[in-house]
Design a protein around this ligand. Sequence first.
Ligand code: ADP
Ligand code: ASP
Ligand code: MG
Length: 406
Amino acid sequence: MARIVQKFGGTSVGDMERIRSVAARVEREVAAGNEVAVVLSAMAGTTDQLVAWTREASAAADPREYDLVVSTGEQVTIGLLAIVLQDMGIAARSWTSWQLPIRTDGAHTKARIENIDTAALEADLGQGRVGILPGFQGISPDGRIATLGRGGSDTSAVALAAALNADRCDIFTDVDGVYTCDPRIVAKARKLDRITYEEMLESASQGARVLQTRAVEMGMKHHVRIQVRSSFEDAPGTLVVDEDEIVEQEIISGIAYSRDEAKITVARVADKPGVAAAIFGPLADAAINVDMIVQNVSEDGDETDITFTVPEGDRQRAIDAIERSCDAIGYGRLDHDANVVKVSVIGVGMRSHAGVAQRMFRTLAEKGINIQVISTSEIKVSVLIAEEYTELALRALHSAYGLDAE
Ligand code: ADP
Ligand code: ASP
Ligand code: MG
């Protein structure tokens, strides 16, 4: 007997027929004698609609009320799956996040799970009853519903698997595993049998939305056996594993991209100590995450430009924060551009192989694509380019690193 957590994403519970096929998958695990806890997303498109309604209600919605509204999609799917399973003669019940409870911190709209009280759920699982939980939410210290950020059901599932000490955490989605690049854009992308936690973490944080970044972080910390697999087919998916479980490590495991970027340039600032602090201080105070940064070499030694990127959703707040500090910074002009995409090549093999970045720059140059900003870490190289070149850049890089499927 094993204890299993199964998570199904929005497309996998998109309508009643799909909820019935989810029920069939649950039934198989129950029939095999396993204890099964299920985490569900809202039906595809539901959360988008709920978010749009809160925006329509107010441009500055109270985050606690926003969370209340956008968390409701999951309540519908968990109840429906419980009803379908019961109809099939399988003991099952839904649990809302306050019934366990799932406790989070107070960062409404992007909360972190702090702990899950699994006592009641475990007692129920022990009786052979399937437990069905809503993804993407928990209860904040003030006793209100808090959501975990978009894509947060992955994190709910991995956190639950850790809390239950589950043998497996299967993430069922609309692709059959983790690919070398988003298969919807690069048709020649290859499915990986295994990927390291580290590479998956970097890919997720650079935009590969197949797993939420925090889900990978949590899996890595608690050694959760995560498998990403298709909810429509039975083939094995991709296992996320430690580095020593991979026999033949490629230099590059994949390429990720993020359109959720905006570029801001603070032009003609003095080239002297304290200017960067004057710019980035107000952004930090506004809790805006700055990602890539470049400071141009000044031509005359007096003035320079500083360019950086922020998430597109924070662009306006970033501009407001800088304009408010205009006197302290002392700049000539403030420009911004949302028409950009960040493309990253990722691989632990980069640590021991030179020339990875150079191949990226050469490939983009051959396609006539201008690089606006560059940033690197130990296992990734990222560039910012104009958004219209996304597909061209991804496909060219995928070939250049020898990742194309035969
Ligand atoms: P779910 O609703 O099941 O959580 P998501 O839409 O959040 O599904 O994530 C799955 C999607 O992630 C796929 O449809 C695919 O387009 C996208 N994706 C991006 N990068 C990758 C990648 N490297 N491998 C697989 N899928 C990827
Ligand atoms: N329903 C939420 C979203 O669309 C959470 C999830 O699906 O993971 O972001
Ligand atoms: Mg998702």
